[in-house]
Design a protein around this ligand. Structure first.
Ligand code: PAF
Length: 185
């Protein structure tokens, strides 16, 4: 019997990712999206599982977003394990991995940021002022690129989720946010 070799299609250019999503949409396939910064654990895989169960196609992004790290924060030492992440995504049955470079997402003349007010001025936002500006900016960019019908986030990062909910509502984005109870290893 022929065994099917499972793969995940890796996309690193914004133009290609948009083409793929537009082609899914033209075929009336629903797109589920799980944005991550890699180093995938059970919590991420639970979000992926929800997307696979409820959407026709699942896109996972791995992008360590530099704009959500402050000057003295841990960007350089943030863990990276792309190869084992890819293996986990293949095993889970994810359709597309979007992993753009920093230059692709933030070219040298990059100027635009979005900021959700109020919610971001407490707790994590107090000690890490760049965090939520960077998160809302990158999430908006990723939504514009991936064009998902549904996006999946862990409930545990509730302040981040509140920021993203405000972003979606205030900017009238056409994406449904799904809160998933997070599982940690
Ligand atoms: O929660 C994360 O991993 C990140 O903040 C996110 C939402 C992928 C944006 O970079």
């Amino acid at each position: 019997m022929e065994t099917k070799t499972q793969t995940v299609r890796e996309v690193s250019s914004i133009a290609e990712m948009k083409e793929v999503s537009q082609s899914f949409r033209k075929q009336n396939l629903t797109i589920g999206f799980v944005p991550t910064m890699g180093c995938l654990h059970e919590g991420h895989l639970n979000l992926v599982k929800r997307s696979l169960e409820t959407c026709d196609r699942t896109v996972v992004s791995i992008f360590i977003n530099p704009t959500q790290f402050g000057p003295n924060e841990d960007l350089d030492t943030y863990p990276r394990q792309l190869q084992s992440d890819i293996e986990k995504l293949v095993e889970a049955g994810v359709d597309i991995l979007f992993h753009p470079s920093n230059e692709e997402m933030y070219p040298t003349d990059y100027k635009t940021y979005v900021q959700v007010q109020d919610i971001t001025e407490h707790l994590c936002g107090t000690s890490r002022p760049d965090l939520f500006k960077g998160v809302s900016t990158v999430v908006l960019k990723l939504f514009n690129i991936v064009q998902p019908h549904n996006a999946f986030f862990g409930e545990k990062d509730w302040q981040q989720l509140a920021v993203i909910e405000a972003l979606v509502e205030d900017l009238n984005l056409d994406v449904v946010l799904n809160r998933v109870p997070i599982v940690r290893e």
